[in-house]
Design a protein around this ligand. Sequence first.
Ligand code: FAD
Ligand code: GLY
Length: 378
Amino acid sequence: MKKTFDQIIVGGGVIGCSIAYQLSKRGYQVLIVERDQIGCEASSAAAGMLGAQGEFTQASPLFQFAQESRALFADLSVELWEEAGMDIQYVHKGIMKFAFDQQQYNTLKSLATFQQEAGYPAYLLSTEEARKMEPSLTEELHTVLYLPNDGQVSAYHLTKAFSLAAYRHGVMLHEQEKAVELLRENKKVYGIRTTKGTYYADQVIVATGAFGDDLLPDEYAIIPVKGECLLLESEQRLFQTTLWMDGCYLVPKQGNKVVVGASSIPGKTDKHVHAASVQGLLSRAEQMVPQLAEATINCFWAGIRPATADERPYLGEIPGINGLYAAKGHYRNGILLSAITGIYLADLVENKSVRPLYYDFFRGGQARDPSANVTSLE
Ligand code: FAD
Ligand code: GLY
């Protein structure tokens, strides 16, 4: 069995698979080691929103990174179809954020101003205007903020497509194999030890999402944030735009299905779905689209978001350990950010120049500027 690679990636979520795909396209021999199955954690629990505008409340390098990533998806969906024969179900129908009262309207108004000043389309719509676009919306609305450029994909299919395309470019995928130790000598990494063997590479990328903290220094700690979702199914298609109010979003999927998400519980890593969470999500879903009360519940699940204390992912080489890279902490936006993260990490691994704005913002360890912050929505 092959033991030596150019790069080893620990973790077969959307981030690890995207990086593997990009590196393999550049001709490298890559191994992915996944402790369970490709995409089995957050990457298949996600609703799949590409909320480059909808998820952000202020400008930051992460906001820019998100815009760049969102812009890659139209071509990426065609590319992955050609490379992997898989439809990632890319939909470009925008996000509508709801205000039900004056206070929520004030929040949406300042969000609209921020988006417009940043140069992105953001429109405040009256109830009549919004219902003209989506007739099934409640009449009880105050205002809607419409962000036409946001979109969505199937998170599960995206992760699978990255892994399949990577495999077709020669990446080896080892599932049911956990990385237990990094092999290091003289401040340099040279491989990993797993539950099944030892593998060698001069570059190791840790992409373990909300897990695997023991593989990296303490400054790279992850805060797990549990999210619960459910899938509703209606007799007919009720809306095409992703809908969002405080504490709930509705993402329309193929086959008259709607993902209803999501709770947000920091510090929890269990996968139980609580009755109170389901109740809260369902009542908000019905508040936005009354006809959803007639829908049936198809299934429900929980996943664990990988957050960091300042909401910035760790992307880059670990200072003081040559060849060891972190690519984790994408919190609420790992599906959205996967496209650009793959390219960015491949550039770093190849020692290509990357935008200093990103380099300074995403690197971890002592070098990280603790004053820079990101505020996203829940
Ligand atoms: P993961 O998907 O968790 O993958 C990490 C992998 O590493 C896992 O498969 C794990 O088994 C493996 N692993 C861990 N330790 C080891 C080890 N020692 N050895 C080998 N393998 C190991 N993002 C969006 O952009 N849009 C959304 O709409 C969205 N909705 C979400 C809804 C919910 C309910 C949740 C929970 C998340 C959502 N997210 C969304 C966030 C997104 O899912 C995550 O940011 C993203 O999936 C993180 O990907 P990852 O590859 O870093 O982590
Ligand atoms: N981005 C949606 C979520 O994390 O629930």
